[in-house]
Design a protein around this ligand. Sequence first.
Ligand code: FAD
Length: 616
Amino acid sequence: MRNKNCIEITFSNKGKMETKKVDLIRGGQFIVRETPCENIFTPEDFSEEQKMMRDSVIEFVDREIWPFKRRFEKKDYAFTEEVLRKAGEFGLLGVAVPEAYGGLGMGFVATMLVCDYISGATGSIATAFGAHTGIGIMPIVLYGTEEQKLKYVPELASGEKFGAYCLTEPEAGSDANSGKTKAVLSEDGTHYKISGQKMWISNAGFAKTFIVFARIEDDKYITGFIVENDPDNGISLGEEENKLGIHSSSTRQVFFNETIVPVENMLSERGNGFKIAMNALNIGRIKLAAASLEAQRRSITVCINYANERIQFKTPIAQFGAIKSKFAEMATNTYVDESACYRAGKNIEDRMSLRIEAGNTHQVAELKSVEEYAIECSILKVAVSEDAQDCFDEGIQIFGGMGFSADTPMEAAWRDGRISLIYEGTNEINRMLTVGMLMKKAMKGHVDLLGPAKAVVDELTGIPSFDTPDFSEVLSEEKAMVAKLKKVFLMVGGAAAQKFGADLEEQQQVLLATSNILIEIYLAESAILRTEKNIKRFDVDSQKEQIAMSQLYLYNAVDIIILKAKEAIVSFAEGDEQRMMLMGLKRFTKYQNNPNVIALRNLIAKKVTSENKYPF
Ligand SMILES: Cc1cc2nc3c(=O)[nH]c(=O)nc-3n(C[C@H](O)[C@H](O)[C@H](O)COP(=O)(O)OP(=O)(O)OC[C@H]3O[C@@H](n4cnc5c(N)ncnc54)[C@H](O)[C@@H]3O)c2cc1C
């Protein structure tokens, strides 16, 4: 019988193409499994079709968006709409939509590529694009009936009409299921009357189709509806919000006053709205991560162009160690983020293919596959949004006083980037979700945490090995370190779960600390595996800087992990247990050969400086 979890992978090994069958990793399993490098997808694996898609999006952005950056700072909402419409004409709004509903039906990785590259020039377009193509359209694609999909999706996919997603209310933000908006069924059972107030609705100013969440009677969970925007049907808008950034993204309140919505416009079933909202957010999260990549690449390029030209003390500032260190860290984070995003994106795509082969509809396959990797989606949302914000912050610093000026690009990037830490679930909520979801998966038997966690405890109480491992092979010490860091997670997470049981949910600071460990491991491992795969595909020499970036990221990750693990251990463990765990932490985070961090940074910065752009 065919193994329904098995995929075929093709990879290059010293110039020879090889094919093998491997088990597709489950969501969250990375923390207990060793992943061979050929099992992960990397940006160097993009197909010709994917590269063509990427290049045409870059061309579109360079022609239609980048030259007009200043306009986006002037709250020119009509211009955002105009650019989105052009993106629609270009086919970019329907990449994730199946062909049957007017889209291009491209694979998940290709849809991430489009999000990535279209979002790099301004947060206004990134948000408008994400709100429309992600949370605006996808709930209908994923949960709509055939009639709903045929009626609404083609006009949204083409950009003839735009969509918005109305979940948040003044008193229901992170606690999204607590909304007060009501849907009351008419006596004749033909329609609902929706009344309530929605807040912070992206694209509200020009959207014609709203996904609205409302409560029917005293239901435990909200219900989703497709609502056509018609001012004569009790729908009105608040003023545009005065925002810190994304100035040309329309964000308004939407008021519903006995808005009549036919019963056939209910999305999925009564009470299924919270599930729809959460699943739409899972997709939104990984795409938001992708949407924070190109902005980092472009920022690095803009900054190095400036730093190579700006002379102080008769020297281009790019030559100063203080500035080199910034470029090295910015480039490293970007490389690592990109590695992790496309690794997870391809897992989702492969899972979808398996499900479709097994007879699932496209709809079910996409839903279930994204749900499977919801942990990775949250990890990516948090990590990439924060790395991007750090990149823009350092970008301002590289520009010095000019960085503080609205006449240079970093000021807007810094303001625009900030929202990514807040929407699609705040980073606090997403951090806590990563560990919470992993624990749930363990309880369901989808990820075996218990066995590996017990093995770590046995190792800690046993006699340590005094062998000196052979780390002569490139990245071998780094791979061994990742394996040890996983033990740190299992040690801390396992002990916390044992101590608090079901109350772990209430221990937010412990959850946040363990989630940081989880996040750093996923990111560091993704970069190391990408680089290792490319060493085998190309050669070591061509990957000098990539090796340095993998090592630098891991070094920083180890420091974060030491800090966070210690914080948790000293807070919830006592006496012998605390001493044993602190010793374990020391053992599991010890390098045999410490990397020369400054030399790594200088090597990476040299490449960025000499190419005068983000070169990886
Ligand atoms: C520009 C912009 C565009 C947006 N677009 C949309 C859109 O198109 N559609 C839509 O529906 N919504 C949208 N939102 C809303 C957005 O999703 C919410 O702002 C977000 O979910 C946070 O909710 P809140 O603002 O009510 O903050 P709150 O939920 O009040 O959170 C405030 C702080 O408390 C923390 N917090 C809250 N609950 C907990 C908890 N249980 N444990 C620990 N910490 C907690 C949060 O992490 C945060 O730091 C948008 C918001 C903005 C600013």
